[in-house]
Design a protein around this ligand. Structure first.
Ligand code: ADP
Length: 293
């Protein structure tokens, strides 16, 4: 990798000299190559991918900027994004990670609750983005149920059909979409800024014990969708949930809705990673339908 063009962009964006000493490749990213650019007195985190991913990085930078502005959970600050001759790249503040503790887990729950309590004007976002590498539409809608139906479930169902997952999956999916309102009896979600992809792999703790979230897929939605994803692949401690609920109690219907919210991510896994997720997707749909039939 030729780092010179990226170093130049960093220098322009920060109005200061950056003397690159070492570029280290980092493990862990699902989608992109990740590096730490280490300088004499500063380090940067860089993600890169082929040139067509520039818009994906622009959307991620916009999400990070909006999350930073909430002054709740610590978020890596975006520095610059752009294109070299061969690649698109996104440069962020580099954060050194430490270990979590009871106190940092509690703090994370509190800070996420405070993020979710900040009111937002509508469901959707000012731009589309991606979930993993799948396009995620965020067209404004004032009706959350309609938003979840069309822009989340039906969008993934359409992608699944294009990949050959027709028949049973589509029939159950459409049945669910028809009856979506049954899951929201007496519950009126308010738009909140969501991380949007909050599994354990997108959260950490810095050296000072502050929780950190990264790699978001932001939009304004029902906060339960963020909470549900924290439960999907594990990694969040009971202290996190107790602290969250102390600040922002959760409606009892969440127990059922969380599967509806996680169905979106499992459908996305089906579309990204293939038929290994088919049975789980259909099982989730079956359980959800049995809740309302
Ligand atoms: P991808 O978009 O490919 O999934 P991530 O944003 O999840 O990439 O980043 C890959 C890994 O790099 C993460 O799992 C995390 O360990 C690390 N990482 C992410 N952001 C930073 C950062 N700002 N500073 C230091 N390390 C980071």
């Amino acid at each position: 990798m030729n780092w010179q063009p990226i170093v130049e962009q960093i220098e322009i964006a920060t109005s200061s000299v950056f003397k690159l000493e070492d570029a280290r490749s980092l493990a862990g990213g699902d989608i992109n190559s990740a590096y730490c650019l280490h300088g004499a007195d500063k380090s940067y985190f860089v993600k890169s991918n082929h040139a067509e991913t520039l818009d994906m990085f622009a959307a991620e930078a916009a999400g990070l900027t909006e999350l930073v502005a909430t002054r709740t959970v610590r978020i890596p600050r975006p520095v610059v994004h752009g294109k070299t001759a061969a690649h698109a790249f996104l440069v962020l503040e580099y954060i050194e990670f430490g270990s979590s503790s009871k106190a940092s887990n509690r703090l994370f729950g509190q800070q996420l609750a405070l993020l979710h309590q900040q009111p937002q004007p509508y469901f959707g976002w000012h731009r589309d983005n991606t979930i993993g590498s799948t396009p995620q539409p965020n067209t404004r809608d004032d009706d959350w149920i309609e938003f979840w139906r069309t822009q989340r479930l039906q969008n993934q169902l359409r992608l699944a059909a294009a990949k050959g997952h027709r028949g049973h999956l589509q029939a159950k999916g459409e049945q669910l979409c028809d009856k979506l309102a049954s899951f929201f009896d007496g519950y009126h979600p308010q738009p909140a800024l969501l991380h949007g992809d909050l599994w354990g792999g997108n959260a950490a703790t810095d050296k000072q014990g502050n929780p950190v979230m990264f790699d978001p897929a932001c939009y304004y939605g029902d906060r339960e969708a963020d909470l549900a994803m924290t439960e999907l692949f594990g990694g969040f401690s009971p202290d996190f949930y107790v602290a969250y609920r102390d600040i922002y109690p959760v409606d009892q219907g969440y127990a059922t809705r969380k599967m509806l919210y996680n169905l979106y991510h499992i459908l996305n896994h089906l579309n990204l990673f293939g038929s290994g997720y088919l049975r789980q997707t259909e099982t989730m749909m079956g359980s959800l339908l049995s809740e309302i039939n």
